[in-house]
Ligand binder design. Structure first.
Ligand code: ADP
Ligand code: ZN
Ligand code: ZN
Length: 733
């Protein structure tokens, strides 16, 4: 290496190029690819990732700055991941430096060392021998300390966060520590208990045996809720460990699905020492610790949400994506990657199997399975052998808004409560009513910042925009005609709760939505009430659609299935079908048979008819045929260029210019353009939003055209207030 060695560095800046630095005099060894370096950049110091070195180049070495420091002697990002991120940055049109940053834990981005540091708050407090010898009555003048001492004696070692949660104060803890009665244990709480594998049913056995562990293959495990998919994941991992006792398995789960139950299930089977979780609820330190344990392979099961796809796995053996259809696998801003798709790519590079599991696979995944690109494994029965819930369609066209539930639904609810069971009333709309309308002139009260109606809330009473968060007092008069007859139209969860409370005065009504669970512990308290098992009516939004297992719940009533069915987004019906199937899966999970009621004003809609027959497979295949006819994904590929600005023309004209440039290439590349057109909600948070759609049968064509567009946009002098972005394989229109 010479003094002129150039180090190529990716920096966290919104620029598409990488930057060259000289080694500098103080640094003798060039840092390896994947190591972090500190460099001067535009008057600041930044931390970047080394992408390579070179010894030549056209630029005079004199013009280059030198590295300030090398942070890592060995790569923090292995080369396999650098390639994956490079590929993704190119595919999703994200600057490489930004993509690399998204893949690093926050503390590493800030320059911390990639080492495990036990966070002392996770070490449990326990009694010392002196503390153990002390009788309960020994501290009569320090009742708080006595209480804490007794708690630790009764319940065993506990972490400080736990003790705080159950109401102890730091002071009592400190005093006991000073008195030498308690001490902090040196190792985290470990649950060694192992649970036995279940004996698989024949369908499960066939599916498990079909999974080949020593090479890349993508499997779609399509199985109804409760059919035992998780059991297959567990046993596939067991087999993996039998083949290679050091192997690692990565399990991606939706944001909402990373319930403690999921982690515990893996811990019970494999012992807690092997399992780490990576999700947004962790502190930066906890995240880095989990990441380090994946890196040094002391953790063999890594369960995480979307960004966990970028975890280094030196002994990678298997990747699982649970609920693979879930929209949270696609990042919706910045680096707009899809973790499920990257999982398939990473599996291929590493030559290891990838299992995508779902009761309601994404149409893209299903399409790949049906044309044999993925191996299709199916589980058609519930593992418990209980029949699937009976689904019934009920006409809701003449129900009053005040009531919201049909007579049929009410009598079914009554029936299930009388039998000692629990009922779920599902409505994906929080607040009291979605619309406040003038009875005299028909005017609806809109948000002043968005093209959206304000939602009426009663607890507390106000009008709220669910799109920009604007809030205002409830009007007493119509601003157009001054009439004071303003009426609440439609149903939100608060209104359903109010009606049900009147109709079933002796029943516990438990509402679970974002508003009713804002305060700490509110959610767990409410869930606890449901888990106690007494008859109750649970009124909830999608917060409770997934993951929860309510033993005594036998009836699910879904109030409004029409909004999804008639949505302007081409994915609307697919999303609705997935949601209904998820919610239906909540009913009758144990011995008692389940029942599902769908209220709709479009009873004869053919798609609804398919869902009612309980045949999600027929439903999804009908949707695929529709997509084929309309040439929408997966029968074509899309990218969206979005732009927004405080003045509509700024955004629309920008896209017009981009369109004009793109028009010269579309014919050659085999791509089509649509737009610019206003977004489904044109004005939102005082910004006017437009988009242009790129469509093609070829991903390569989309990639080439987007590349050209991004370069071209880089040369434009755009208005300061304009924001634009590009979204490849968009999930939302
Ligand atoms: P899914 O992941 O498809 O929803 P799970 O794996 O969670 O399904 O299984 C649903 C329920 O059935 C769980 O309570 C699980 O313990 C049980 N189960 C799964 N497989 C079997 C089996 N082979 N025999 C008995 N019970 C099973
Ligand atoms: Zn009016
Ligand atoms: Zn608004």
């Amino acid at each position: 290496m010479s003094k002129h060695t150039r180090i190529q560095v990716a920096l966290p800046v919104p620029l598409r190029e990488t930057f060259d630095y000289l080694l500098g005099d103080e640094i003798s060894q060039p840092p390896p690819t994947g190591a972090r370096v500190r460099v001067p950049f535009a008057g600041r110091e930044l931390i970047g990732v080394v992408l390579g070195h070179s010894d030549d180049g056209n630029l005079e070495p004199g013009k280059l700055k030198s590295l300030q420091a090398v942070l890592d002697r060995s790569p923090v990002i292995p080369s396999e991941l650098i390639s994956l991120i490079r590929w993704s940055a190119n595919y999703y049109q994200c600057p490489l430096g930004e993509a690399l940053q998204a893949a690093l834990p926050t503390l590493l981005r800030q320059g911390d060392m990639p080492t495990y540091k036990a966070d002392s708050s996770i070490l449990p407090w326990q009694l010392t021998p002196e503390g153990q010898g002390l009788p309960d009555t020994a501290l009569p003048r320090a009742p708080r300390q006595a209480e804490l001492l007794k708690y630790l004696r009764d319940y065993g070692p506990q972490t400080w966060p736990h003790l705080k949660e159950v109401g102890f104060n730091r002071d009592a803890l400190k005093k006991l520590h000073q008195r030498g009665l308690i001490e902090q244990s040196q190792s985290p709480k470990q649950a060694p208990s192992r649970e036995q594998a279940l004996a698989l049913n024949p369908e499960q056995q066939v599916a498990l045996d079909a999974i080949t562990l020593d090479q890349f293959q993508t499997y779609l495990l399509e199985g109804t809720t409760g059919s035992g998919k998780t059991e297959i994941y567990l046993q596939a991992i067991s087999r993996l460990f039998t083949r290679d006792s050091r192997a690692q398995a990565l399990i991606l789960v939706p944001e909402i699905g990373l319930a403690p139950q999921t982690i515990q299930r893996f811990q019970r089977r494999f012992g807690s020492a092997k399992v780490v979780a990576l999700h947004s609820g962790l502190s930066d330190r906890e995240r880095l610790n989990a990441w380090v344990r994946a890196c040094d392979a002391s953790a063999q099961i890594i369960i995480g949400t979307r960004s966990a796809i970028f975890t280094p796995l030196p002994h990678a053996g298997l990747i699982i994506v649970d609920e693979e259809h879930d929209a949270s696998f696609k990042q919706q801003e910045g680096f707009r990657y899809c973790a499920r798709d990257l999982a398939c790519l990473r599996g291929k590079t590493l030559n290891i199997p990838v299992i995508l599991g779902s009761a309601t696979p994404a149409l893209e995944t299903l399409h790949n399975a049906l044309r044999d690109r993925f191996t299709h494994l199916q589980l058609t029965r519930r593992a418990s052998n209980h029949p699937p819930p009976r689904i019934q369609l009920v006409d809701s066209s003449d129900i009053s808004a005040q009531q919201g539930l049909s007579e049929q639904s009410l009598s079914a609810i009554n029936h299930h409560l009388k039998a000692g069971n629990q009922v779920l009333v599902f409505l994906n709309r929080r607040g009291y009513a979605p619309t406040l309308q003038c009875h005299d002139c028909g005017n609806q009260i809109l948000c002043r910042h968005c093209d959206a109606r304000l939602t009426l809330h009663h607890q507390p009473r106000h009008l709220h925009c669910h799109h920009c968060d604007w809030q205002q007092p409830v009007l007493s008069h119509c601003p157009i005609c001054n009439s004071h007859r303003l009426v609440a139209l439609g149903q939100g969860t608060e209104r359903s709760e109010e009606f049900l409370t009147q109709y079933f005065p002796d029943t516990d009504i438990i509402r679970i939505d974002r508003d009713s669970t804002r305060t700490k512990n509110a959610l767990s308290d409410k869930l606890e009430r449901v888990h106690q098992g007494a008859p109750c009516i649970l009124v909830g939004t999608q917060m409770i659609a997934k993951g929860h297992h309510f033993r005594n719940l036998t009836l699910a009533v879904i109030l409004d299935v029409d909004s999804g069915l008639l949505s302007a987004d081409f994915r609307g019906p697919e999303r609705m079908g997935q949601l209904i199937t998820q919610v239906a899966g909540r009913a009758g999970r144990e011995q008692k048979p389940g029942e599902v009621i769908l209220q709709s004003r479009n009873q004869n809609h053919p798609l609804l008819q398919l869902l009612v027959s309980g045949d999600y497979q027929a439903f999804s295949r009908a949707l695929l045929t529709e997509r084929e006819v309309t040439r929408m994904p997966p029968f074509s590929h899309l990218a969206l260029i979005r732009a927004d600005a405080p003045v509509a023309d700024t955004a629309a004209q920008f896209l017009q210019v981009v369109r004009h440039f793109a028009d010269a290439y579309t014919a050659n590349l085999g791509a089509e353009l649509l737009g610019p057109m206003p977004a489904l909600m044109e004005k939102r948070g005082n910004r006017y939003r437009f988009l242009m759609q790129v469509k093609s049968d070829s991903r390569a064509a989309i990639n080439q055209l987007c590349q050209l567009l991004v370069e071209y946009i880089g040369t434009l002098k755009t208005h300061r207030a304009l924001r634009w972005s590009i979204d490849v394989d968009p999930q939302e229109m």
